[in-house]
Design a protein around this ligand. Structure first.
Ligand SMILES: NC(=O)c1ccc[n+]([C@@H]2O[C@H](COP(=O)([O-])OP(=O)(O)OC[C@H]3O[C@@H](n4cnc5c(N)ncnc54)[C@H](O)[C@@H]3O)[C@@H](O)[C@H]2O)c1
Length: 300
């Protein structure tokens, strides 16, 4: 109870800070990135691609960055703690969530594949995480969802957060499960979550599809920062893409988060067109937003 009250006072002070200071310009929003509103942030998936890319950047958002993964993510550096755990191990997940103020959840099975890996990492693992979050009284989670939750929409459609999921893979189904589970923990227990439907977050777009879905690492950090610092997050679904010249996603329903992407795939456009063939418009991988995922499997 005492810790609940302390959390509430802390939250109200944060809301007051933003109310007094406001965010009237992008510059002010950017400046907020340097304000450490959280003492300890847990980042799962620290040994993975996005975990490695965000490791240094996220230290600006907290006093202590706790890193977790089932794979080795190297020794703790200054301002870091390392606590390895398999997401499928409830006790390990509970321990890694102790004394944490917010979770950035990148850990999990990140591609289409055999169901068992997806089950362990993305279904049992996400349940274990939210149970630990509930028991530890953690108020905010950033859940790395995926564009593959809606991969069976056509590339000729623009979708928003109200469009029903149309997963393109078992992986996409597992991310849709995580989104629904997090909505339940919000409605039932008040845990705030941003479901980040990450497009393609790599150093550069690799093909024509990624010109629409690309998310630069700096924009990913801007998105994470916006979700960590917005006074009231609620349960929000946000498409994680940069300010690309063409895209399939409308983020108008997430204006309250204040994410303003600064990068664009435009600079890669000419080079990608030069090195890739004309698309075959009868190919499902070209027709649908999920690209190649719509044709994968079955995995037996
Ligand atoms: N990179 C992208 O473009 C992209 C796009 C959409 C969604 N995402 C999501 O973002 C997250 C990070 O993506 P990434 O590209 O870094 O993936 P990645 O595969 O490089 O990293 C995932 C990490 O999770 C860990 N992991 C897997 N199963 C685990 C388990 N059972 N217990 C503990 N750790 C486990 C892995 O060891 C790995 O280090 C993933 O959840 C992925 O689904 C990424």
């Amino acid at each position: 109870m005492l810790s609940d009250n302390i959390q509430l006072v802390k939250h109200n002070l944060q809301v007051l800070w933003f109310t007094v200071n406001g965010f009237t310009s992008t510059q002010q929003r950017r400046n907020a990135m340097t304000i450490k509103l959280h003492n300890r942030i847990l980042m799962t998936g620290a040994a993975g691609g996005l975990g490695k890319a965000m490791r240094e950047r996220l230290k600006a958002n907290c006093t202590v960055l706790r890193l977790s993964d089932k794979a080795d993510c190297g020794p703790a550096q200054a301002g870091e703690e390392v606590m390895l755990a398999d997401l499928a191990d409830a006790d390990g997940v509970h321990a890694m969530c102790a004394d944490v103020d917010a979770v950035v959840h990148f850990g999990g099975f990140s591609v289409e594949g055999k169901f068992d890996g997806i089950l362990q990492g993305n279904i049992i693992g996400v349940y274990n995480l939210y149970e630990a979050v509930r028991k530890q009284g953690i108020k905010r989670v950033l859940f790395a969802s995926s564009n593959h939750v809606t991969g069976f929409y056509k590339q000729s459609e623009t979708i928003n957060a109200s469009h029903p999921p149309r997963p393109d893979s078992l992986y996409g189904v597992s991310k849709a499960f995580g989104e629904d589970l997090s909505r339940f923990y919000h409605d039932r227990y008040g845990v705030e979550t941003a479901c980040l439907r990450i497009g393609s977050s790599f150093p550069e777009p690799r093909d024509r599809r990624m010109l629409a879905s690309w998310l630069s690492y700096d924009d990913l950090h801007r998105l994470v920062t916006a979700c960590l610092t917005t006074p009231v997050l609620g349960h929000s679904i946000i498409f994680g893409v940069s300010n690309n010249p063409f895209t399939w996603y409308d983020n108008a329903q997430a204006r309250h988060v204040g994410y303003v992407p600064q990068d664009s795939s435009e600079q890669f456009h000419a080079a990608i067109y030069a090195k890739t063939p004309e698309p075959d418009l009868t190919d499902p991988a070209v027709q649908f937003q999920g690209g190649g995922f719509v044709k994968m499997g079955p995995f037996e």
